[in-house]
Design a protein around this ligand. Sequence first.
Ligand SMILES: CC(C)(COP(=O)(O)OP(=O)(O)OC[C@H]1O[C@@H](n2cnc3c(N)ncnc32)[C@H](O)[C@@H]1OP(=O)(O)O)[C@@H](O)C(=O)NCCC(=O)NCCS
Length: 165
Amino acid sequence: MPNRPPQPPITVEMNDLVLPAYTNRYNALFGGKLMEMIDKAAAMCAIRYCHEHVVTASVEAIDFHTPIKANFLVHICAKTIYVGRSSMMIKVIVWSENPNNGERTHCCTSFVTMVAIDTKGKPQPVPPLRVTTPQEQQDWKTAEHIRQAALDRRSREKQYENSSR
Ligand SMILES: CC(C)(COP(=O)(O)OP(=O)(O)OC[C@H]1O[C@@H](n2cnc3c(N)ncnc32)[C@H](O)[C@@H]1OP(=O)(O)O)[C@@H](O)C(=O)NCCC(=O)NCCS
């Protein structure tokens, strides 16, 4: 595919309702269900950015700060913050929303790396990201730190696997 021109960041917003079937015994949303929502929002954001098929390559650590109660709303905002050759880092912010007054509480922030692939599962180039505002520049720097830390972690894990064979 010919080189494509730089694209502005894409933002995807997703809303859901915490049905009782998705809650644990403490009447709060299962962590795994929230991770599914995060993955889905990140995938939609990446697909809208590059218009290719994408797979999840990695999700950086997620800290759940507050539980999301049954019958509360989940509001998710996903944004492309960094783009490599075939990978896109998506920042996903999750809020729980009180249905009685619309008050939102930050629940967690996650960084998901999606990779564009062709029909054989081979990584595909994506358009460069056009970064203009100070916030976008800050997000890009944050993503570079996260990417480097993940590369270091993977290299340590590889060394450990090789040494424990
Ligand atoms: C992600 C995947 C396509 C990468 O393929 P690969 O042959 O290792 O490709 P490369 O080493 O050339 O890496 C391609 C890009 O992915 C990035 N990447 C690869 N593994 C990564 C990881 N674990 N975390 C973050 N980024 C990763 C590379 O940095 C590279 O980015 P760039 O093109 O922007 O520089 C491949 O490992 C894969 O298909 N994984 C399974 C994905 C999947 O099934 N997800 C759902 C799990 S149920």
